[in-house]
Design a protein around this ligand. Structure first.
Ligand code: BES
Ligand code: MN
Ligand code: ZN
Length: 495
């Protein structure tokens, strides 16, 4: 399925579309577009409100199925809440309400007016972008593995419109960014939702190559022999327990001078995490197919960034493997030597994410990064600490922390800072090696980050624990596509 987004400056009464979607504030306070339609349709909108057919809550929608006097046949009105209190939150609620309403409609062409909506802290371009991102997320489906995919329009046409012609350029820009991010998000969702028997490290590598060809990104895939040569003993110790060969995916996008130091995104691409010999309990183990969502986020962000042709150098790196129990798998107590030379005592084979990431983080030093951000579904402890709303942010650089918090807020893909103090480092002491791969019961998300910190000294680095944010559980089980929009926003803010 695809969604085609366009933008237009038009008077609502002159617009031809399957549905015209216009907003109204509480107390019969119409947006200009709603007012124009109401005037031309002999008060069709006002009568609907008077009849009490539209609940007073931002996001409530109602359909007026047959109208006369204008160029379109149907109007959808949606609530924005009180005009005086109009806020980002209200806008988001309103837009989600519209997106939810659209899913069940029969026609596939929609024109949504965002005229006469003003937010204090966001511009119209941001609003257009939210409409695009929200509706494409809501229209997203993953049913390609079902025998009979659900019937629905092949292509959706969503037009974001305004009656204020001066804001059209800004809306265009917002739609363009929103489209690029949505494609990255959908790709990340698809990869996350694909099961472990399809989405293997080799599959991810092939996907990366495909994105590279389409988007002018230079893609290099290191196989196990090459990693062996580089001394990636930690990463390879994880993949030894699996029949799927590990891959290290490197994607280079050059949008600026070749001497500009790159932003580097590193993702955990663990395509299935059974825990290894320290095997996980059976309940919900299927969800460990999502353990590659950090890697999927990197691929998605690279896709978006290349589509936007941003003037910056970005490198995406994904360390990809499975973690399974096997005769050759890591055993608790095993000691491996990482590419950095640091030796690691593997006290729990289920703490494998850090084992593959540490070698990727050592590898990227050769690119002399301006900043490195890794994303990993690293610890259940992070979900306990922060729940499902923000990703955990671990960073000892205050400027980078601020930039990520800010990018999280404007992309609505939020992060929350956690301490990364040296005080925790001693929990990783080992009697037999330089470091242990677990730090005991306390502060599990922090000690995991502390482990990675040992491999990123002298780099400007942040770690995102996305274990709580990368997928939903329960009835809405499925990948969320995070942190694609955060990554892209971070890069946009630097450009
Ligand atoms: N991929 C898991 C983390 C995870 C667990 C994410 C549950 C989301 C939900 C990671 O590889 C892992 O198993 N971590 C262990 C670390 C522990 C052994 C120190 C964990 O969190 O239990
Ligand atoms: Mn694990
Ligand atoms: Zn894992």
């Amino acid at each position: 399925m695809s969604v085609i987004f366009t933008s237009k400056s038009v008077n609502a009464t002159e617009c031809t579309s399957g549905y015209l979607v216009v907003g109204i504030y509480d107390n019969k306070d119409f947006t200009t577009s709603a007012q124009q339609l109401n005037d031309k349709t002999k008060g069709a909108i006002a009568s609907l409100i008077e009849n009490g057919d539209l609940a007073e809550k931002p996001g409530s929608c109602a359909l007026i199925p047959i109208v006369q006097g204008i160029k379109s046949k149907r109007i959808i009105i949606f609530r924005l809440g009180p005009r005086k209190e109009f806020s980002t939150k209200q806008f988001n609620l309103a837009i989600s309400g519209v997106a939810n309403f659209l899913v069940n409609l029969t026609a596939d062409s929609v024109t949504l007016f965002i005229s006469d909506m003003h937010l204090q802290d966001r511009d119209i371009s941001w609003m257009a972008r939210r409409v695009v991102e929200t509706s494409s997320q809501r229209l997203y489906r993953f049913d390609q593995l079902k025998k009979k995919p659900k019937k629905r329009p092949k292509t959706w046409r969503i037009q974001i419109a305004t009656d204020e012609s001066k804001s059209l350029a800004q809306i265009r820009q917002g739609v363009r960014i929103g489209k690029a991010i949505s494609e990255g998000v959908s790709l990340a969702k698809d990869l996350g939702n694909l099961p472990g028997n399809i989405c293997t490290p080799t599959y991810l590598a092939d996907k990366a190559r495909e994105i590279g060809t389409g988007g002018d990104i230079d893609v290099e895939i290191l196989d196990e022999d090459q990693m062996e040569e580089l001394g990636m003993g930690s990463l390879l110790s994880v993949s030894r327990g699996s029949r799927e060969p590990a891959k290290l995916i490197i994607m280079k996008y050059q949008g600026a001078d070749e001497n500009d130091r790159p932003v580097i995104f590193v993702g955990k691409g663990l395509t299935f995490d059974a825990g290894g010999i320290s095997i996980k309990p059976a309940g919900a183990m299927d969800e460990m197919k999502f353990d590659m969502c950090g890697g999927a986020g990197v691929l998605g962000a690279m896709l978006s960034i290349s589509q936007l042709k941003l003037p910056i150098n970005v490198i995406g790196v994904v360390a990809s493997s499975e973690n399974l129990p096997d005769g050759a798998a890591n055993k608790p107590g095993d000691i491996v030597k990482s590419m950095s030379g640091i030796t690691i005592e593997i006290l729990n084979t289920d703490a494998e994410g850090r084992l593959i990431l540490c070698d990727a983080l050592t590898y990227i030093r050769r690119f002399d990064p301006a900043v490195v951000i890794d994303a990993a579904t690293l610890t259940g402890a992070c979900v306990v600490a922060l729940g499902k709303h923000p990703s955990g942010l671990f960073c000892s650089d205050s400027e980078l922390t601020d930039a990520l918090v800010c990018a999280g807020n404007s992309s609505e893909d939020r992060v929350w800072p956690m301490p990364l103090w040296d005080d925790y480092q001693s929990q990783l002491d080992s009697n037999f090696a330089d470091v242990a791969n677990i730090g005991g019961r306390d502060a599990g998300a922090i000690t995991a980050a502390c482990f990675l910190a040992r491999f990123t000294e002298e780099m400007k680095w942040a770690h995102l624990d996305i274990a709580g944010t990368a997928w939903n559980t329960g009835k809405a089980k499925g990948a969320t596509g995070r942190p694609v929009s955060l990554f892209v926003q971070f890069v946009l803010d630097r450009c």
